[in-house]
Write a protein that binds this ligand. Structure first.
Ligand code: SAH
Length: 222
């Protein structure tokens, strides 16, 4: 973790420790994930009016009807991503505040992230810069299309709920890659992990747990 990140952040260390303990109690076991979440300043990714709530285990609004996920979900999804094979290059759909992306950036070589609401993306880019994070590349675009020029990805994470697994994302996945995606089903949203069945075009799906995300929409908003 760079000293830039450690230097920022005035919230008491004790509040952050409490959050990390809670994540452990909820079953997060990857110590690298816990360590990054201990040091990454979540309050930087929120409006000042909400920053005092940054280390509560809850989702919080980031404007434009979007939300920064609950820390437990960020930790869980990050842990799932890292459970894949040789994860160097990750694609995120839905940069939002940039927090999930920033957490990932400390754990993998390179993160690509796509956002469809331009003002959110501009804010997130500024935060990455302020924190001295240099291994994130972002794009203003509809993430359902993935990011073909940068493919293939070892892992793809969607932080908005989709009706289906977008075919483009599957096409841009490396042969041993995994996709972590909240899927809309008749009984609600389910966090699922998709992977390719070896030497076939078929995908294998694994149910993780019920979740609540904002919807994955099409097109872009300036
Ligand atoms: N990962 C974010 C979560 C933000 S909420 C964070 O850590 O803060 C989900 C985000 O997904 C929103 O910013 C929303 O605009 C974005 N989104 C929804 N559909 C999208 C799409 N098709 N392409 C790109 N981004 C999308």
């Amino acid at each position: 973790m760079s000293t830039d990140i450690e230097g920022i952040g005035m919230t008491s260390q004790r509040t952050r420790e409490r959050l990390i303990n809670r994540l452990c109690e909820q079953g997060i076991v990857n110590i690298n994930v816990l360590e990054v979440m201990r040091t990454m300043p979540r309050h930087i990714f929120l409006d000042e009016a909400l920053s005092h709530r940054a280390y509560e285990d809850t989702s919080l609004p980031i404007g434009y009807k979007q939300t920064l996920s609950q820390p437990y979900i960020v930790a869980k999804m990050t842990e799932l991503i890292l459970s894949g094979n040789k994860i160097n290059k990750v694609l995120e759909i839905g940069t939002g505040s940039g927090y999930q992306c920033a957490v990932l950036s400390q754990l993998v070589k390179k993160v690509y992230s796509v956002e469809r609401i331009e003002p959110l993306l501009i804010q997130a880019r500024k935060r990455f810069q302020d924190l001295g994070i240099k291994n994130i590349e972002t794009k203003f675009s509809d993430g359902k299309l993935g990011w073909e020029e940068k493919a293939p990805f070892d892992a793809i994470i969607a932080t908005a709920a989709s009706d289906e697994l977008p075919q483009q994302l599957l096409n841009q996945l490396s042969p041993n890659g995994i996709i972590v995606l909240p899927l809309k089903t008749q009984s609600g949203q389910e966090l699922r992990v998709f992977s390719r069945v070896k030497n076939t075009n078929e995908t294998e799906e694994r149910f993780i747990e019920p979740v609540r995300f904002v919807p994955m929409l099409s097109g872009v908003t300036k």
